[in-house]
Design a protein around this ligand. Structure first.
Ligand code: F6P
Length: 551
């Protein structure tokens, strides 16, 4: 393929952007009374209103032409079929197989992956039923009341997000906590008030070698074995592992019966729907977990089969390309007006930025355009009282996704209407603003007119579900997964590897050895890093002598 910026569609979009420069959303809505209807899609129970985006019918046609010219549909098919779409790690990316219904089949290299997936799901369901019913007993014969899920990145963010999102459906009998940070505070605070005899530890790590996870798993093991009456055999009653690495799991001392496996074709940030979702299943039960998978699958089918001009993840991905590469937006916000989704932006940060924060193409050539935007967000209405000022009157417009639900699990007076009123109001204010004339007409003194003017023309997408149930959550997750995939396909990058995390890991390993060395190490970093290391070594030595003095 010719270089992306030289494609006919890209060039046409460049010209179109210039033509559109002076067009305001006010004019676009005034000129087309059907705009909201025309640009709204109903997909998998999600009412997706794209009408407040800075696009015309022509913009969308040109973006769809860009998708055609860059082969998005072909890459999508290759992914679904199980081709090796992750060439740098030489593997497929088949998270979509994790949610295919029982009885369907996807044969890759002679193996029916769907049958294998359901075999693990069935084992997970059996285990969860046993723990939830109280049949699974700890080493001293007591049932499990607490679950500590240890993992980081994709082995943590999906499970935390889903647990928080579905808390209203979760068993209140089980206390579920998540430990990810290598900062010992995370582990200590999480177990402070728990009894090891009633606690199940899930160690979740695809590789089972990740520094943070193995450090916390070791701490948890010591915590269990230091408790009264616990001997080595207790580990089998209190530890389960989720990993592709059977040898490391066995090496850690976890019974292989208690390992829930998955496959190298599941990327960490795409793994919630694999065994990595065990804590979610423990919380909400196997049936609700099945609904989550069904919602994802419904969105998969939509992405694969819906016509391009009504294909929601495709359009959302193309809009992200439009804002980043043609309108200069370096950032994008996701703003859930639903407290249960408070970890959704953090989850999406890994999904989007670890997938598409890339500077070379699949062919290893430097990209000549912007790739992933910096994604961030906080729940509404809280954000309105902090950073929304910049959304409305800052110098840089960027797209915002507003996510809400028509019904709430927690009706308190008329607060749900207040919540939705705020969501709708924000999208209206961002799009249409308030002109200087309107301000003057309110009798505002001239010296304040500029301060109080809202330019508007700030783009947003509204995603409204009926209520936040497992199925809708599944659909939302898959929606963003496929939007991220679409962006990567246009940009000709690999969204399934993450080499950019490696250098920091290597250096940390070396520096950790230098921080803890008995003998003064020969430091050969830059002057700044050498000084930082020296400071910590001094503090360690001083702490050691202080501890010695206090004994
Ligand atoms: O450091 C990044 C990363 O490799 C992520 O891609 C991954 O989700 C996370 O670390 C955890 O990896 P693992 O599941 O192997 O512990």
């Amino acid at each position: 393929m010719s270089r992306l910026r030289q494609t006919a569609a890209w060039q046409a979009l460049e010209g179109h952007r210039v033509e559109l420069d002076d067009t305001h959303l006010r004019e676009l809505f005034a000129a087309d009374p059907d705009r909201a209807k025309r640009l709204t899609l109903e997909v998998a129970g999600i009412h997706a209103d794209l009408s407040k985006n800075l696009v015309t019918a022509e913009t969308l046609e040109l973006l769809l032409a860009l998708a055609r010219e860059t082969g998005v549909a072909e890459r999508r098919e290759a992914m679904f079929r199980g081709e090796r779409v992750n060439p740098t790690e030489d593997r497929p990316a088949l998270h979509t197989a994790l949610r295919m219904p029982r009885g369907e089949s996807l044969v890759v290299d002679g193996v029916d992956l769907v049958a294998e997936v359901h075999e693990v799901l069935d084992r997970m369901a059996g285990f969860c039923r046993s723990v939830r019913s109280g049949a699974w007993l700890g080493h001293s014969g007591r049932p499990i009341r607490n679950v500590i899920h240890i993992g980081i990145g994709g082995s943590d963010l999906g499970p935390v997000m889903a647990y928080e999102a579905l808390r209203h459906r979760a068993s209140r009998e089980l206390r579920i906590r998540f430990v990810s940070n290598v900062d010992g505070t995370d582990f200590s605070e999480s177990v402070r008030d728990l009894d090891p005899a009633e606690t199940l530890v899930i160690v979740s790590s695809k590789t089972f070698t990740t520094l943070e996870t193995m450090a916390n798993a070791g701490a948890a093991r010591r915590w269990l074995l230091d408790s009264a009456g616990a001997e080595e055999a207790a580990v089998a009653r209190h530890f389960v592992a989720i990993s592709t690495n059977a040898d490391e799991v066995a090496g850690f001392g976890i019974d292989t019966e208690n390992r829930f496996g998955f496959w190298d074709w599941v990327g960490g940030r795409y793994s919630l729907d694999s065994a990595v979702g065990l804590s979610t299943m423990l919380a909400v039960g196997p049936e609700a977990f099945g609904e989550l998978l069904a919602g994802m699958h419904e969105l998969d089918l939509h992405f694969r089969e819906a016509p391009a001009e009504r294909n929601l993840p495709l359009l959302m991905g193309l809009l992200a390309v439009w804002y980043g590469d043609f309108l200069g937006a370096q950032t994008a916000a996701v703003l859930p007006y639903e407290q249960y989704l408070h970890r959704f932006p953090a989850y999406l940060q890994q999904l989007s930025m670890e997938s598409n924060g890339k500077r070379v193409t699949l062919a290893g050539e430097p990209v000549e355009y912007q790739t992933a935007a910096i994604l961030w967000g906080e729940p509404g209405t809280n954000g309105q009282h902090s950073f929304f000022q910049l959304l409305h009157q800052g110098t840089q417009p960027f797209p915002c996704d507003f996510i809400g639900f028509l019904e709430t699990a927690n009706p308190v007076g008329d607060q749900h209407d207040l919540l939705l009123a705020n969501l709708f109001a924000q999208t209206e204010a961002l799009a249409f603003g308030k002109t200087a004339e309107e301000i003057r007409a309110e009798g505002i003194p001239e010296r304040l007119v500029a301060q109080q003017t809202f330019p508007g023309n700030r783009p947003s997408t509204t995603l409204l579900g009926h209520r936040l149930d497992p199925r809708t959550l599944g659909a939302l997750i898959a929606l963003y997964e496929h939007s991220v995939f679409t962006q990567a396909a246009v940009w000709q990058i690999n969204p399934f590897d993450q080499w950019g995390v490696e250098l920091g890991k290597q250096l940390a390993k070396r520096i950790a050895a230098e921080l803890t060395a008995e003998q003064e190490p020969e430091l050969s970093h830059d002057a700044s890093t050498n000084r930082l290391i020296a400071l910590r070594r001094q503090a360690r030595q001083a702490g050691g002598s202080a501890a010695g003095r206090s004994r």
